[in-house]
Design a protein around this ligand. Structure first.
Ligand SMILES: Nc1nc2c(ncn2[C@@H]2O[C@H](COP(=O)(O)OP(=O)(O)OP(=O)(O)O)[C@@H](O)[C@H]2O)c(=O)[nH]1
Ligand SMILES: [Mg+2]
Length: 691
């Protein structure tokens, strides 16, 4: 591919509800612009964008693919994002580096949850956006009804730039372009006259388009209001400005799968969307505060890493977008986030799974480089002598948790490196070792997200993992004072063991653990105290009543006995362990559970159901509010009740609800619940014994 400079680049994201035809539309663009000689199909797993094994298997996109195409002396970098909500992190990363968004809407289904999500993020990132009413060749496709659903689902102003030439099945022949007032049949290479029956509709729609275009520039609006006619050039200019300012979203018509409407849509992508040189300068943190980076080859080098892939065969690939300056192959680049130098080998443009090696990449372009050692998604790469940081967007908190364990011994050693590499690829996936439950926790956006990660571990990294619902990290403590004594004695044959310990345990409201020696008159030498403390601590770690760590306790050694020959530290350690268990059981032990602060945001219509559901969850509702027309509930809910909430809220709200959650504090578990937890622990211990 030839080198394209800033003015001739367009970075465009395709975003929508799953199955609106993004991947197929990219395929159609690629075919139309002669990247391929055959149109790939989702059903055959032969598209450029869905090349990963899991994408082919499931028939949906799971990560963002970059497909650059060349059209009318421009390079359009198309970023095909997944529409399924679990993978929204991919869409966020793609929008972070795009200059325009195409929001596709299925012409039969109309606006769906994913449409709203895509529109909301496009607004958040302040990106100019097109609406594409797609799949117009489906039976029952309905252009005007689809537009109505979009208008209902968002506050966005919509202006038709095209009208369909027929709709539904074979009847959909092409598009009428209101700018040129021509009809474009099929892929749209050739223009023809608008059929007589549709001229009136087209004239009316064009009036609205001209009025909207006039708003793009004060001088044009004045001229328009004075009743003067705007030239074609003026209309195009006004429209371009209004779209780039985000004043409204122009509406287009297409059927990617039938390769209809491609040329007029590409013309508008090139003509209406900004090049990287046209967008406001990127803001960056420099050594002297905030800096503005104009996108130009002559500026200081600055690039943002928006995607990383880890593959055992290809190795690591780092995708970046340049915000200023140029990037050349075989150079050294400074990673300001990690404060380290990285060696760039051959840089490539990426098209699906293919790499196209390039010598230079110009300002504003998107490219990739293999085998960087320290760089991760979200990092800024720049010139060491002009160090700056570009912003990292907010990603939603991943609240769906599973506990993972290796399937076999061979998998055990690969567990942590595999999870680390999977999480490196994905800003919404993370893992940690939960100390209190001794489980490895994998956190993601939902069951599909976790499922894909587990499959990738298996196919890409040959690590087989099992998943179960994670244990709630309960804690054990006591409510009153308890005392006990225990003698450990083994004096038959060989060297003997002897140690006797008396302990008192007390609740410790402030602080987690205190250990004191109250032995009077030397019944137990102080040299045995460390062994006694060790014994106590080992039991505290594993719990007494239900296997959870013990906290908020004071332990006093009050008395004991030792033997001049047979006493040794290990004997006191064993005695202390047993004694502590007895004293603990005497002291009215209780379980403590984590209580979460939860904030749930849902459409007003779902509020009743959400509250009803919270009622069954031991929740304490703390407030209700509205925010941008949506209802917000804040509540404190035990973590044990929130384990499956990602899926539950999705089903209550049809995917329109979101929630955030963080640990507030620990509280005593009510008796009936505690009994169940203790019983589960007993069962687990018995099962372990049988093994
Ligand atoms: N009739 C018709 N079907 C289409 C068209 N475009 C796509 N499809 C079909 O719709 C399904 C989904 O298409 P995709 O391109 O995978 O949709 P997507 O938006 O990429 O979906 P996600 O990757 O899940 O977000 C596939 O079965 C396609 O064959 C179209 O223009 N007309
Ligand atoms: Mg797709």
């Amino acid at each position: 591919m030839k080198e394209y400079t800033t003015e001739n680049i367009r970075n465009v994201v395709l975003a929508s509800h799953s199955s609106s035809g993004k991947t197929v539309l990219v395929e159609a663009f690629a075919h139309f612009t002669s990247v391929t000689t055959r149109l790939g199909k989702i059903q055959d797993g032969s598209t450029i964008a869905d090349f990963e094994e899991e994408e082919v298997r499931r028939g949906i996109s799971l990560s963002t693919a970059v497909v650059p195409i060349e059209y009318k002396n421009c390079k359009i970098n198309i970023l095909d994002t997944p529409g399924y909500t679990d993978f929204v992190g991919e869409m966020i990363s793609a929008m972070r580096v795009a200059d325009g968004v195409l929001i596709l809407v299925d012409a039969v289904a109309g606006a769906e949850v994913g449409t709203e999500v895509a529109i909301n993020y496009a607004e958040k990132f302040n990106l100019p956006r097109f609406i594409v009413v797609n799949k117009m060749d489906r039976e029952n496709a309905n252009f005007y009804k689809t537009i109505e659903t979009i208008a209902e689902a968002s506050q966005m102003r919509l202006i038709n730039v095209q009208l369909p030439l027929g709709e539904g099945g074979q009847a959909f022949k092409g598009v009428i372009d209101l700018l040129t007032m021509k009809a474009y049949r099929g892929d749209g290479k050739q223009a023809s006259e608008i059929p007589a029956g549709l001229v009136d509709d087209a004239e009316t729609a064009r009036m609205a388009l001209i009025e909207a275009a006039a708003e793009g520039e004060d001088a044009l609006l004045e001229k328009y209001l004075e009743g003067a006619e705007l030239s074609a050039e003026e209309i195009a200019r006004g429209l371009r400005k209004a779209v780039q300012a985000g004043a409204f979203a122009p509406v287009f018509v297409a059927a990617g799968g039938a390769e209809i409407g491609l040329a007029p849509l590409l013309d508008s992508i090139v003509g209406l969307f900004p090049s990287p040189a046209d967008v406001p300068p990127a803001k960056a943190d420099g050594s002297n505060g905030e800096e503005e980076l104009r996108c130009s080859d002559s500026g200081p080098m600055a690039a943002y890493v928006w995607k990383t892939t880890a593959d055992p065969f290809v190795g690591k690939i780092t995708y970046f977008r340049i915000y200023s300056g140029v990037v050349n192959s075989d150079t050294k680049v400074w990673n300001q986030t990690k404060k380290t130098e990285e060696r760039f080998g051959t840089i490539s443009l990426i098209r699906g799974k293919d790499q196209i090696p390039m010598k230079n990449i110009h300002s504003g372009d998107i490219a990739a480089v293999p085998k960087l050692s320290a760089t991760a998604t979200g990092d800024t790469l720049c010139d060491r002598s002009h160090a700056i940081s570009l912003f990292v967007p907010d990603y939603p908190n991943a609240l769906y948790r599973v506990a993972v364990s290796p399937k076999t011994q061979a998998d055990a050693g690969k567990l942590s490196p595999t999870l680390t590499r999977l999480c490196e690829e994905d800003m919404t996936l993370s893992w940690n070792q939960e100390q209190s439950t001794n489980q490895t926790i994998l956190k993601g956006m939902g069951d599909q997200h976790i499922d894909v990660a587990i499959r990738k571990a298996e196919t890409k990294f040959q690590t087989n993992l099992l998943t179960i619902e994670p244990k709630v990290p309960y804690l054990e403590t006591i409510n009153k004072i308890g005392q006990a004594q225990y003698r450990h004695k083994k004096q038959s044959g060989g060297s003997g063991q002897f140690g006797e310990v008396h302990l008192r345990v007390e609740p410790l409201p402030e602080g987690d653990f205190e250990f004191v020696n109250e032995v009077f008159g030397g019944a137990v030498s102080s040299s045995y105290m460390p062994a006694i403390e060790k014994g106590v601590r080992s039991v505290m770690k594993n719990g007494v009543i239900a296997g959870y760590p013990v906290i908020k306790i004071k332990v006093a050694v009050t008395d004991g006995k030792e033997h001049p020959v047979d006493s040794k530290p290990v004997a006191f350690e064993i005695a202390a362990r047993e004694c502590f268990k007895l004293a603990f059981k005497e002291a009215k032990p209780v379980l403590m559970e984590p209580i979460m602060n939860v904030r749930i945001t849902v459409p007003e219509a779902n509020m009743g159901d959400v509250l009803g559901d919270l009622n069954t969850k031991r929740a304490k509702v703390q407030g209700m509010d509205t925010d941008h027309g949506r209802s917000v509930v804040t509540a404190q809910v035990p973590m044990a009740e929130m384990q499956k909430y990602t899926a539950e809220l999705r089903s209550i709200t049809g995917g329109r609800g979101i929630f955030a959650m963080e640990l507030s504090h620990y509280e005593v578990v009510p008796n009936n619940v505690a009994q169940e937890v203790v019983a589960a622990r007993q069962k687990e211990l018995e099962a372990r014994k049988e093994e």
